[in-house]
Ligand binder design. Structure first.
Ligand code: CP
Length: 312
């Protein structure tokens, strides 16, 4: 039984195989082929304890285009809101006889915990401030389709690093694929312990976005996660935009063909100006589209083929 909990679970060869399968899924995305039968008879539950637009709907589309039955459960409207524990919730839904669980939870490590309780594949769709591995896969896949090999390419990740699982998974996959990554944040949103992590993992850190952007072959802007800043956030919104936002003026610092990524949802006017979000070099919607292909690929790799005990 395999899970996808962290980018640490994947070798460079695994990532290559996932990208290869994702590329094969584009015929389905173009609707030239309506559905593939790979997961016929399989049931996948999307169990979301945190809100989502992109991840949940793309996992649902991905499962359905592979002919799986997909059930969505969100914490709001489930018995979790009556106080049912995470363990009881996942044991209850899996007792119904499902084949795979896609889970998002606000607690870092929740997906790892759940994987230890279950004997079906678990896919981490975001756990707190820890990891979001399918986001990292779709970001790297989008970049590779735009830039070719990422070996030696300079990629800037800019924003609220402290609260970002997109950053934590993203920096892992991009360095694994040989990219030269610099992460940029104001001092108050730079994670503690990043000095030793960046040294060990081989990426750079900076507080100065204006010196990083002109060199970048691509820039990934991150969302300011107000919902994870219970004590208010500093810098203020205005200071953040002036110091770190991808404003119209900063857009002019970028190479004209450097892709601009943002995982969404975007705070337009805070970390990214409309001029940048909607620029010709923005690949925000390519990321969404790649997300379906990547999630089809992940579901295929983890769930296709005979189950244990099934006739081959
Ligand atoms: N990027 C991302 O995870 O978006 P959602 O929260 O809408 O799923």
């Amino acid at each position: 039984k395999k899970h996808l909990l962290s980018i640490d679970d994947l070798s460079v060869d695994d990532i290559g195989a996932l990208f290869e399968t994702a590329a094969e899924m584009h015929d389905v995305q173009r609707r030239a082929v309506k559905k593939l039968p790979a997961l016929r008879g399989r049931t996948v539950i999307n169990l979301f304890f945190e809100d989502s637009t992109r991840t949940r709907s793309s996992f649902e589309i991905a499962g359905k285009w592979l002919s799986a039955d997909v059930i969505n459960i969100s914490a709001k409207g489930s018995s979790a809101s009556k106080g049912e524990s995470l363990r009881d919730t996942v044991l209850t839904v899996t007792a119904m006889g499902i084949d795979g669980l896609v889970m998002r939870h606000s607690a870092s490590g929740a997906a790892h915990q759940v994987a230890g309780w279950l004997d079906i594949p678990v896919i981490n769709a975001g756990d707190g401030m820890h990891e979001h591995p399918t986001q990292a896969l779709l970001d790297a896949y989008t970049l590779q389709r735009k830039l070719g090999s990422l070996e030696g390419r300079k990629i800037a990740i800019v924003g609220d690093l402290t609260h970002s699982r997109v950053f934590r998974s993203g920096v892992k996959i991009l360095t694994k694929l040989g990219a030269d990554v610099t992460v940029v944040a104001p001092p108050t949103l730079m994670p503690s312990g990043i000095a030793s992590w960046s040294k060990d993992a081989g990426f750079a850190t900076s507080y100065d976005v204006d010196s990083v952007l002109p060199e970048a072959d691509a820039v990934m802007m991150l969302r300011v996660q107000k919902e994870r800043m219970s004590g208010g956030y500093f810098p203020t919104a205005r200071e953040y935009t002036v110091g770190y936002g991808l404003t119209r003026d900063r857009l002019a610092l970028l190479k004209p063909d450097a892709p601009i990524l943002h995982p969404g949802p975007m705070n337009r006017g805070l970390e990214i100006a409309a001029d940048a979000a909607d620029a010709a070099q923005s690949v925000v919607l390519d990321q969404v589209s790649s997300g379906v292909a990547i999630r089809m690929s992940v579901l295929y790799h983890l769930l296709a083929g005979p189950n244990e005990g099934e006739a081959k």
